[in-house]
Design a protein around this ligand. Sequence first.
Ligand code: DX5
Ligand code: ZN
Length: 216
Amino acid sequence: MPMRINPSILAADFANLERELGRISSADLVHVDIMDNHFVPNLTFGLPMVERLQEVSPIPLDVHLMIDDPDRWAPGYAEAGAASVTFHVEAARDPIALARRLRDIGARAGIALKPGTPVDPYLDVLHEFDQVLVMTVEPGFGGQSFMPETMPKLRRVADAVTDAGLDVWLQVDGGISVDTIGVAAEAGANTFVAGSAVFRGVPEEQIELLRDAVAS
Ligand code: DX5
Ligand code: ZN
């Protein structure tokens, strides 16, 4: 089972993003956090930034939209060339229609679940998505502590994916470090977003440490 490490550039040096991309060349994808100061109480950047990152990044982009009205905005990120576009499911008017549109454009389509968002309404339609992001902190800020109480939900998604014989990536995001990544892998995650854990040290070394921690 391949384990993917997706560093979040939320913790990188925003004044030198191209250089920062060069420090994570062993990453699987680059996680790009889009916040609109409405869906979450914080603001980052938007489509023009992603279009430019797409031009310079040797690593595919994993866009995480923490925004209202993704039905309107998400397709633009897929059109920009993002490898995956993940939106928060309660923010979308029609999550399945949106996922189909993202796939039609050529991106992997993902739904994200906040710690308090139940997964049960989506367990029967997991085939409509390429990845499910189980948030392991409240979205909005980097550097928060991993919430182990989100693990039973992750396990439920993992079991449903296995039972249905699907290849849906299970992503965790928030507080992932060498100390917590094993717990998330144990509960079924195979795609790990890490911001502060990667960029607080030497990024390539930190990526390797995270990989080692889940190597079986
Ligand atoms: C939080 C973001 C995360 C953030 C994770 O809302 O979605 O991607 O960058 O940061 P760390 O790894 O520092 O918790
Ligand atoms: Zn994120």
